[in-house]
Ligand binder design. Structure first.
Ligand code: ADP
Ligand code: MG
Length: 456
């Protein structure tokens, strides 16, 4: 017995078709004959599935492309481009069914593209042009008539579609695709082939519908993601603002209040001259602290560079180190500097200085019992490397991981926890990179790399 009795059954059905065909004494072209043989019809399903997977792969590719565009103006063209490329791809990988009839999923990008973007004539036009390029035959005229009328219908549906909530869009696009498949199939059968075949009908109505469902689902999902991300960014911004106001109230208002208190005390006669001087001293130090916080904030908020100039690294570094000479000597700290010649980078001088000052200050503060601060600058290939190494108290892994976080300070009242945040943002704005190594009780090393600047 034959293994596959189903096969035999099917074959009988074909023979039956063939018999009918012969009886009617009609001659069919190769393609029409194809449409009536199930073995070949699987080829249609197969090609449609290939189309579907191409559409999905392309979707992911364009999603990545869109991510990379960021906020660029090109972004708005990506979705239309996706649909146009999809139409072309579908048509390249279509299955020729003879008599100018080609089966593929081109209607899915045409319909979805029109529904989403409203550029109905772009997509219909692209499909018609491509079809014309493949040959101006009967199939071309059918396609042209069908897609032109479809464009008008879609133009009208688009207005309604864009107002739908996300969940109903999937349903609507599946419905539109399904309806279009049925109509198109009917037209093909009427104009080109007399025989109706179950597998052709099924695959040509179901696969496009499934494709439409999947693609709409992905588009909606991506849109939701973008929405959520924007909302998140907004809430992050709000958080930053509330942090800022908390910091201002804490770091500025508190010192001001205490300054006010001390000034009132000074006004009173009951205190000795010496006491008053002491109050004055405290008030001064509070004001200095508030000023420092303000400075940090201002350099941070302007960290995006507004000035780009040639910057001699060695010169700026030695200037900074000079201002710390006295303080370091007082603390018993030796500064070892070895600064290479001709190290040029691009950036804002005063901000670069601020960044280095914060680092040097931290290093000196990390060595309360004296030590050595090594500062080195040299050229490594196309970049300028800075190294700051101190033999201070160092940091634990946990401390290291929080470095640069706003308000992160282990210095209590003495620190603002803004210094490194400012430094890092300046370095980032100058396209530099920072690497920090630290070991508790051994010391800390900051390695900073800037792209070298050769001048124009
Ligand atoms: P602040 O100096 O006001 O505390 P920073 O942002 O400058 O704020 O530094 C944050 C924290 O990072 C410091 O409190 C300190 O714990 C740690 N830190 C920074 N630089 C060093 C260093 N060179 N050695 C050890 N710890 C450091
Ligand atoms: Mg600091």
């Amino acid at each position: 017995m034959r293994k596959n009795s189903l096969f035999i059954q099917k074959w009988r059905v074909f023979s039956h078709y063939d018999a009918i065909v012969k009886k009617k004494k009609k001659t069919y072209s190769k393609g029409q004959y194809y449409l009536n043989r199930e073995g070949v019809n699987l080829e249609i399903t197969e090609k449609l599935m290939l189309n579907l997977s191409l559409l999905l792969v392309l979707m992911f590719f364009f999603q990545v492309l869109q991510e990379r565009q960021g906020r660029s103006v090109l972004r708005q063209y990506i979705l239309p481009l996706y649909f146009v490329v999809s139409i072309f791809l579908c048509m390249i990988f279509s299955v020729e069914a003879g008599g100018g009839v080609r089966f593929d999923l081109r209607q899915v990008p045409i319909i979805l593209g029109s529904l989403y973007t409203g550029r109905v004539f772009l997509f219909a036009g692209a499909a018609i042009l491509m079809r014309g390029y493949m040959g101006v035959d009967d199939g071309f005229w059918t396609a042209m008539l069908y897609f032109t009328s479809l464009a008008f219908v879609l133009k009208w549906i688009h207005l309604w579609y864009v107002q739908l909530p996300s969940s109903q869009r999937i349903f609507a696009s599946v419905l539109a695709t399904f309806a279009s498949s049925v109509v198109l199939l009917e037209i093909i059968f009427i104009l080109h082939t007399p025989q109706r075949n179950m597998e052709t009908i099924l695959s040509y109505t179901l696969v496009p519908a499934v494709g439409a469902a999947l693609i709409t689902y992905f588009i909606e999902m991506i849109r939701q993601n973008i929405l959520i991300r924007n909302r998140l960014a907004r809430s992050e911004k709000m958080e930053a603002v509330s942090h800022m106001s908390a910091a201002i109230s804490h770091e500025i208002r508190n010192p001001l209040t205490s300054v006010k208190g001390f000034l009132q005390l000074i006004q009173e006669d009951s205190y000795s001259e010496e006491k008053r001087k002491e109050f004055l001293q405290i008030a001064m130090s509070e004001i200095v602290r508030a000023e420092q916080v303000m400075n940090d904030y201002l350099t941070f908020s302007k960290a995006a560079l507004d000035k780009e100039e040639e910057l001699h690294v060695a010169e700026e570094l030695s200037n900074v180190l000079k201002t710390f000479e006295y303080l370091a000597a007082e603390k018993g700290i030796k500064i070892n500097a070895s600064l290479g010649e001709d190290l040029m980078i691009k950036g804002d001088k005063s901000k670069f200085k601020q960044a280095v000052i914060n680092l040097v200050k931290n290093a000196l503060e990390a060595m309360p019992a004296g030590g050595v601060l090594t500062v080195r600058a040299n050229k490594v290939q196309q970049s300028v490397q800075l190294l700051l190494h101190d033999t201070g108290i160092g940091m634990s892994e946990e401390q290291l991981s929080r470095l640069g976080e706003p308000y992160y300070s282990t210095k209590g009242n003495q620190g603002t926890g803004l210094g490194l945040m400012v430094t890092f943002s300046i370095i980032r704005a100058m396209k530099g990179k920072v690497q920090v190594n630290s070991r508790p009780c051994r010391g800390t090393t900051f390695r900073i790399t800037f792209p070298s600047y050769k001048g124009e």
